[in-house]
Design a protein around this ligand. Structure first.
Ligand SMILES: C[S@@+](CC[C@H](N)C(=O)[O-])C[C@H]1O[C@@H](n2cnc3c(N)ncnc32)[C@H](O)[C@@H]1O
Length: 274
C-alpha cells in the first residue's frame, strides 16, 4: 500500500489537469447530492478530499459556510482560486488528511466527500472521521463511483486502448482497485451503517458526461485519478495517439456525428444521519 506522502504526490502531480478537465464536470453530481441532504444557507459544511471544489463550490454558492479539505496542497490552492474568482468568502480551504481530521467532534451539519473517501486505503476510518465531526442529527454524505462495468467513460477508454494493444491488461479486478471498494450500493449502505449512521439512503443515479473528441476523453480519464495515467504509462506516444483516434471513432459513432457524445456512468449517493 502506498504511504500518505506518495498518495499526496500522486494527486499533486495531476492536480492541474484535474482542475482543467474534471472538476467542472463533477459539479453536476454534487448539485444532485446536495439536494439529497437539503442543504440550506448558513449550514456548516465539511468537504473531505475536496479536490478543486466540485462539491464545495456548489455548496458555498448556495450560502453554506464551507470548510474544504484535501491532502494535496495544489488541489487546495486551486480550490481557493476558484472560490476567489467567484467571490465566495464563505469558503475556507485547508490541507488535511481525511483519515485523521484536525477538527472538533459534532461540528458540521453536513460532512461529505465526493469521489474522495471512497478511494481511501482505510475507508472505515475516513467514514468514522466524517461521522465524528458531524453534529448529532446532521448528515454524512458519500458520493461514490458505480461498478466499472457501469462506467462508459472507462469502457470506451479501455476498449480503445485494447484495439491498439490487444493484450492490454485493463483494470485489475482481484482485488478491486480502491476507487471501486464501495461501488456496489449495498456495500456502501453497509459501510455507512458500520460507521454508526441511521436512516441510510443510497440513490444510484447517472453521471452524464459529454465529450467532443477522443483527446478530451483521454485527458479526462488520465487526469481523473493517478490510476488512469498509470494504466497507459507503458504505451508509446504512437500507441497513445492511435488510441485517441479510436476514441474519436467511438465517440462519433455514439453521437451520430453531431458532437458532443454523451456517456452514461453510474454513481451512488449515500446519505446517513448521525
Ligand atoms: C477523485 S478526486 C475527488 C475530488 C472532488 N471531491 C471531486 O468530486 O471532484 C480525489 C481527491 O482525494 C484527495 N485525497 C486522496 N487521499 C486523501 C486523503 N487521505 N485525505 C484527503 N484527501 C485525499 C486527492 O488529493 C483528490 O483531490
Amino acid at each position: 500500500m502506498a504511504d500518505q506522502a506518495e498518495i499526496q504526490d500522486a494527486w499533486t502531480a495531476i492536480a492541474s489537469a484535474y482542475d482543467d478537465y474534471v472538476t467542472s464536470s463533477n459539479m453536476a453530481v454534487a448539485e444532485r447530492a446536495l439536494r439529497r441532504v437539503e442543504l440550506r444557507p448558513e449550514m456548516q459544511v465539511l468537504d473531505v478530499a475536496a479536490g478543486s471544489g466540485a462539491l464545495s463550490i456548489p455548496a458555498a454558492r448556495r450560502g453554506a459556510r464551507v470548510l474544504a479539505t484535501d491532502i494535496s496542497p495544489t488541489m487546495v490552492e486551486q480550490l481557493e482560486v476558484r472560490a476567489r474568482e467567484e467571490g465566495l468568502s464563505n469558503l475556507e480551504a485547508r490541507v488535511m488528511d481525511g483519515h485523521s481530521l484536525e477538527l472538533e467532534d459534532d461540528t458540521f451539519d453536513i460532512a461529505g466527500s465526493q469521489f474522495g473517501v471512497m478511494l481511501f486505503p482505510d475507508l472505515p476510518r475516513g467514514l468514522s472521521e466524517l461521522t465524528r465531526v458531524t453534529k448529532p442529527g446532521g448528515h454524512v454524505l458519500l458520493v461514490t463511483m458505480g461498478q466499472p462495468s457501469e462506467l462508459e467513460f472507462l469502457r470506451f477508454f479501455i476498449d480503445a486502448v485494447t484495439v491498439v494493444v490487444p493484450d492490454f491488461a485493463g483494470l485489475p479486478v482481484d482485488p478491486p482497485l480502491l476507487p471501486f471498494q464501495v461501488s456496489d450500493p449495498e456495500r456502501l449502505r453497509d459501510e455507512l451503517a458500520a460507521a454508526g449512521l441511521m436512516d441510510i439512503q443510497v440513490e444510484t443515479t447517472n453521471h452524464r458526461l459529454e465529450f467532443r473528441s477522443g483527446a478530451q476523453l483521454w485527458d479526462w480519464v488520465t487526469a481523473s485519478n493517478p490510476i488512469g495515467a498509470e494504466l497507459v504509462a507503458d504505451l508509446t506516444d504512437q500507441q497513445q495517439a492511435e488510441a485517441r483516434e479510436e476514441l474519436d471513432d467511438k465517440l462519433t459513432e455514439r453521437s451520430g456525428g453531431s458532437a458532443p457524445a454523451v456517456l452514461n456512468n453510474t454513481v451512488n449517493i449515500g446519505v446517513g444521519t448521525k
